[in-house]
Design a protein around this ligand. Structure first.
Ligand SMILES: [Zn+2]
Length: 127
C-alpha cells in the first residue's frame, strides 16, 4: 500500500521522464527519485545509447547521491516513465545492494499501487 508521500515520489519521477531523441539514442525515457535514510532527495534520468553505453535513471540518481554526500543508505527509490512505474532492472538491484548492505531494507516502489523491499526483489544477492 502506498502512502500519499509515495505517490508524490511517483509523480516526481514521472515528471522527470521527458523522452528526448538525440543523435545517437534516447535520453530521459525514465526518471528516478531516491530519498536517503537522512532524508535527502536525489533525482536522475536514463540515457539509452548504443552498445550498452547508457545507463538507467537509478544509476544517475545514485551517482548524484554519491557525488554530493557521503551517504550510501537509501530509504526509498522509484523509477518511472512518463506513464508507468517500473521495477529496477537486475543491474540496478545489485548496484543498490552493493552500495550498502543496509539497502536490502530499501523500499522500492514497483507499481502505482505497490512497494516492496529490495530483499524481496533480490533474494539471492551477488557477493
Ligand atoms: Zn537498471
Amino acid at each position: 500500500m502506498l502512502t500519499k508521500e509515495d505517490k508524490a515520489l511517483i509523480e516526481k519521477a514521472k515528471s522527470l521522464a521527458k523522452e528526448t531523441n538525440i543523435k545517437n539514442g534516447i535520453v530521459k525515457e525514465v526518471g528516478c527519485v531516491l530519498i536517503t535514510e537522512k532524508g535527502e532527495t536525489f533525482l536522475g534520468v536514463s540515457l539509452n545509447l548504443p552498445c550498452g553505453i547508457g545507463f538507467c535513471a537509478e544509476h544517475t540518481a545514485i551517482s548524484q547521491m554519491i557525488t554530493q554526500t557521503d551517504e550510501t543508505h537509501i530509504k526509498i527509490i522509484v523509477a518511472a516513465s512518463a506513464w508507468d512505474v517500473s521495477a529496477p532492472c537486475g543491474r540496478c538491484r545489485e548496484l543498490i545492494n552493493l552500495l550498502d548492505e543496509r539497502n536490502m531494507e530499501t523500499e522500492v516502489i514497483v507499481s502505482d499501487e505497490k512497494k516492496v523491499k529490495l530483499k524481496d526483489l533480490l533474494p539471492y544477492k551477488w557477493t
